[in-house]
Design a protein around this ligand. Structure first.
Ligand code: FAD
Length: 690
């Protein structure tokens, strides 16, 4: 009985949708392209839309909204999966929403027969993701003021919460914890547990799956929902555009939006709109076979982009041709790869994640994370479309048995196409609706790199220091190769004289859609960070950055060198660097010498080579050896920085620093840990880890 009004709204929405569907040709022909997507311009997608979530739910007949706070796309993906599952299993009218697109002051007006879900990633030092900053400030703020005068303010609100975090960080899952606390304090009712996924332990996907089932049970009970047999219903409609070829000017063959399609990309350049930047030069930094580390100089002078020493640059990669071929092949799309299609959301609140009209090839190459880890939930969805009973049974087993899945799939870093080919022994999966792939394969994400140049020295030239991702895995013929870094390696090879680069046999559409990346260009944007040198240059700094963790510290050291050349005085600058062998992977060996020439005894590099002596020596060992000096510098208010491996190194450095304080200051261990915490809270201890 509780859902009566809702039923009426839903029926009305279905009716209106049906009318719209059958009258489509007639009434929609007024627009130039009835299938034109919302990627009209860099920022066109949001123009003119309501920011009122209650209004939005009402007008679209929704009773479940799933907000996401996402940085790298995983939270957004989980939100979509919840939406899909809620709809197919329980008939909920779900919609996914970017936190950035709405106001929150009327969360108190969401009726109690509806539910709001929050899927929230925690980023870096317990920070919200970029799209969740305003929401977090609002909801956790002292004086969140809502539109109504309810007491308690959110007494009508039913919510569900899941967080994505990494236990190697100090503020583990602080976003979901803080938001959950704030919502509860305002009187809202949580349904199910507040879930926490842990990327640090590598169990994110499994944590999510384990959390969601009891949550659905609790939600079904609370809202009186009946579970039905889940049937696959596509979210996107695919239309062949037979009259169009891929050369037609309105067809997207990899361009991220309209201004790029038109050939006149316009700023602002940001996470939604990359700048196609020339690479000024590129080289390799290691002297060893089979391990590659790139140094690249990216020229942003033709754009409005700017950066500060310590920021991050995001690289928008392209998938390797061989993986694109494999993907299209397994789904029986090879012969149609360049056919033009339009993709349209079949329901008003879903967004097509790439611009259309486009081609299957362009989608697989530029827009889908086709090489990424496969989600176990997606496997279960695909089982229904298996080419034979044996494959179906195997998929069902993989989808339901997490240990089996792990041993067969994740342990070998199989991507979706490789897995399906193995399961079906080469039979094509040509029954899989393309919509299912758009829903089940995440959007291709930009990769972030800690900028390794100094903006004082070269304000319009950004350096990248990136190790090429490659892993030999047992039980897998060829090594696993990372998406972005092998693409960058190909760019480097082309720039250095190879007209058709194919690092490790991988080829790329290196000149980009319509050859617009020719002349060695790479799509990028800049992300500002809080990882910064002290504003007072006389303060000492201690930097710990083994491997490519040295990237931002190259920038820091060059910055201080430049300051001295400009006549400024700088404080002690000490860098702990580690690698395997001095003759192999000692990054920027000559540059440290040059810095020393200018900075004199203000600069020192402390080295740890793990494969030279009889014993493995790491940066944290060196740090401990320098306990006295480190403590002394901290007393002089030195800033302490750590960059690189989050899983082990950063945590150990934290522990060692506490031990140093404990030993040198004669304080108990807990007190020393407290001091380190305090240093983090006041930005005296900064981390840039991944
Ligand atoms: P990907 O293809 O993304 O693979 C990366 C990893 O994901 C693999 O090693 C594997 O563990 C896992 N994986 C991928 N596919 C599968 C699969 N099918 N099955 C199972 N597992 C899979 N890197 C640097 O070299 N230098 C830097 O300065 C730097 N700075 C960074 C700063 C920040 C803030 C962040 C977040 C990251 C930084 N990184 C840096 C890391 C960088 O962003 C990339 O993650 C890295 O270069 C690998 O990218 P890739 O596309 O080549 O590899």
């Amino acid at each position: 009985a509780e859902l009566d009004t809702l039923d009426v709204i839903v029926l009305a929405a279905i009716f209106l949708g049906t009318v719209a569907y059958f009258t489509k040709g007639k009434y929609w022909a007024v627009t130039k392209d009835p299938y034109a997507s919302s990627f009209a311009g860099a920022n066109g997608a949001k123009a003119g839309k309501t920011r009122d979530i209650v209004e939005k739910m009402e007008e679209s007949g929704k009773n479940c909204i799933i907000f996401y706070g996402s940085q790298t796309g995983t939270a957004e993906d989980y939100a979509s999966r919840l939406a899909k599952e809620g709809k197919s299993r329980f008939g909920l009218e779900t919609m996914v929403a970017d936190l950035e697109d709405y106001d929150y002051d009327n969360l108190d007006a969401v009726p109690s027969d509806k539910v709001v879900m929050f899927v929230l990633a925690t980023y870096g030092e317990g920070e919200p993701t970029d799209n969740a900053v305003d929401f977090t400030e609002f909801i956790t703020g002292e004086s969140a003021s809502f539109t109504l005068d309810n007491d308690p303010p959110l007494g009508n609100l039913n919510y569900v919460a899941f967080g994505l975090g990494n236990n190697t960080y100090e503020h583990y899952n602080s976003m979901v914890r803080n938001v959950d606390k704030a919502l509860k304090a305002a009187g809202a009712h949580r349904i199910g547990e507040a879930g926490e996924g842990d990327d640090g332990a590598g169990t994110m996907e499994e944590d999510f799956l384990a959390w969601k089932d009891p949550m659905w049970t609790a939600l079904a009970e609370k809202m009186g929902l009946e579970e039905r047999e889940a049937v696959y219903e596509p979210i996107f409609g695919i239309t062949d555009r037979e009259g169009l070829t891929r050369d037609a000017p309105e067809v997207y063959v990899g361009e991220p939006n309209k201004t790029h399609l038109d050939g006149t990309p316009k700023g602002p350049f940001n996470a939604h709109n990359p700048y196609i930047a020339p690479i000024q030069k590129s080289s390799e930094l290691f002297n060893v076979k089979d391990r590659n580390c790139l140094h690249m100089e990216v020229d942003i002078s033709g754009s409005n982009l700017s950066y500060q020493t310590g920021d991050h640059i995001a690289v928008w990669p392209t998938n390797a041709g061989e993986e694109v071929d494999r993907f299209l092949d397994v789904f029986g799309l090879t012969s149609k790869r360049h056919n033009v299609i339009s993709v349209k959301a079949l329901e008003p609140t879903a967004k097509v994640p790439f611009p259309t009209p486009t081609t299957f090839d362009a989608v697989a190459r530029y827009h889908m994370e086709i090489c990424a880890p496969v989600s176990r939930q997606f496997i279960a969805t695909l089982a229904a479309f298996a080419p034979d009973d044996e494959s179906k049974a195997e998929m069902t087993k993989l989808g339901s048995d997490k240990d089996y899945f792990h041993s067969k799939v994740n342990a070998h870093c199989l991507n979706i196409a490789r897995l399906l080919a193995v399961v079906s022994k080469g039979k094509k999966w040509d029954n899989v609706p393309f919509s299912a792939l758009i829903e089940g394969v995440t959007k291709l994400q930009p990769r972030y790199y800690s900028i390794s140049s100094s903006s004082l020295e070269q304000p319009k030239l950004i350096s990248i220091t990136a190790v090429v991702e490659s892993q030999n895995l047992p039980g897998r013929g060829d090594p696993f190769r990372g998406v972005a870094t092998n693409y960058l390696l190909a760019l480097k090879e082309k720039q250095n004289g190879d007209p058709n680069p194919s690092p490790f046999g991988l080829t790329y559409e290196i000149t980009g859609p319509r050859n617009r990346f020719d002349g060695i260009h790479v799509p990028v944007h800049v992300r500002h960070s809080n990882f910064k040198l002290p504003s007072d240059p006389t303060r000492p700094v201690i930097m710990v950055g083994p491997g490519t963790g040295v990237a931002p510290f190259r920038g820091f050291v060059r910055e201080r060198k430049k300051m001295v050349e400009n006549g400024q005085t700088v404080g002690k600058t000490i860098l702990f660097f580690g690698c395997r062998k001095s003759a192999e992977d000692f990054l920027y060996k000559d540059e440290w010498e040059e810095a020393k020439q200018v900075l004199g005894d203000k600069f020192e590099i402390v080295l740890a080579f793990s494969r030279e002596g009889s014993k493995k020596v790491y940066v944290q060992h060196r740090l401990k050896e320098r306990a006295k000096e480190v403590n002394e510098l901290l007393r002089q208010k030195a800033y302490f920085y750590v960059c690189g491996d989050a899983a082990n190194m950063a945590r150990e450095v934290n522990t060692v620093l506490a031990q140093i304080l404990c030993g040198e200051r004669g304080i108990p261990e807990e007190k020393a840990e407290e001091v380190v915490k305090q240093m983090r809270a006041t930005n005296q201890y900064q981390e840039d880890v991944w």
